[in-house]
Design a binder for this molecule. Sequence first.
Ligand code: ZN
Length: 358
Amino acid sequence: MDIGTLFLGDYFAMRQHFIKLANDNGFLIESFENPHKGPNYKPVFMDFASAGSEDAKSLLVIISGTHGPEGYCGSAIQSGLLKSSKAKQWANKHKILFVHAHNPFGFAWDVRFNEDNVDLNRNYLDDFTNLPENLLYDEIKDWAVPQDLSEDGLNYSIKNLMNYARSNGFQKLQSALTAGQYSHPSGVYYGGNSPTWSHLILKNHIGKYAECIDNIVFIDIHTGLGDYGKCELISSLPNGTIGFEKLHKIWGDEVKSSATGDSVSAKLNGCLDIAMMKHLGENRTSFIAAEFGTIDPISVFRATQAATWLLNNDGLNTELGEMVRAQNRAAFYPNDLEWYNSVWHKAEEIISKAVDNL
Ligand SMILES: [Zn+2]
């Protein structure tokens, strides 16, 4: 298989390729149109593509695009599993479900957050009447998003954030910024104050794919944290819990907990993994986030900041917007055949391990 042909230039090309391969492999497709349009007023969708026998007792779910442009990588992996016929083979024994573009608006516009500036992986709270507090975010809120995208505006923000890191440690800055916050709707890593469109679609529809299933393994594909082309498997469950041990049984020491500070990720609020476990039953559900490293964290964060500024200032469809979108693609989706190869081979390995343990 020519790996390079899996990694395409925009959401629309990626989706078209995925849907064609899903159809060719006999997968059933269910599509949900997001109320907000993508570039050129084109509609964008969250798609579910599934296959497998009626009496299968195990279900593999692969999710792409929880964070907008991270969807290129996830979509390429989903298409690769179809193109290589692996998914079809696995569907002889198990149920296979691909959730394509969990955040289709962000994917199409190349921004991490969704149409409401919400980070989906902070939005899966089960109680929105009792929102988590992130007091550390309040300390850095004035610099978390720049006043404007001029060189001065960006430098002022980064300079202050770096000063904060120097005084308090990088880990505290990462936690302040990325743990998720629920009090600044135009800030970064905002978790929202109600379930988003994507949250509702996923929660309302995932259950029917899991009927009569005894064992479910989710793999949610992310990019942007960690060493270039390398993968870290992240769970928000603490080490030592039954759920974490189940993940450890599949992937061994590659699994890291964001709850206990072992991971490249900070401890997060409102994560999808815990929500899916609660929603579908903790005893039968395992969930891992596969995080593929791209470029350095400051550049990734600068791209994220700029994307948030654009969303807040209605700037997506402008010349400046084009530049920021390119910056975000470069941050979450390196245009590099070596990276594609590294990501694909690692993904194939970790997903095959999941199937072996279904
Ligand atoms: Zn992500």
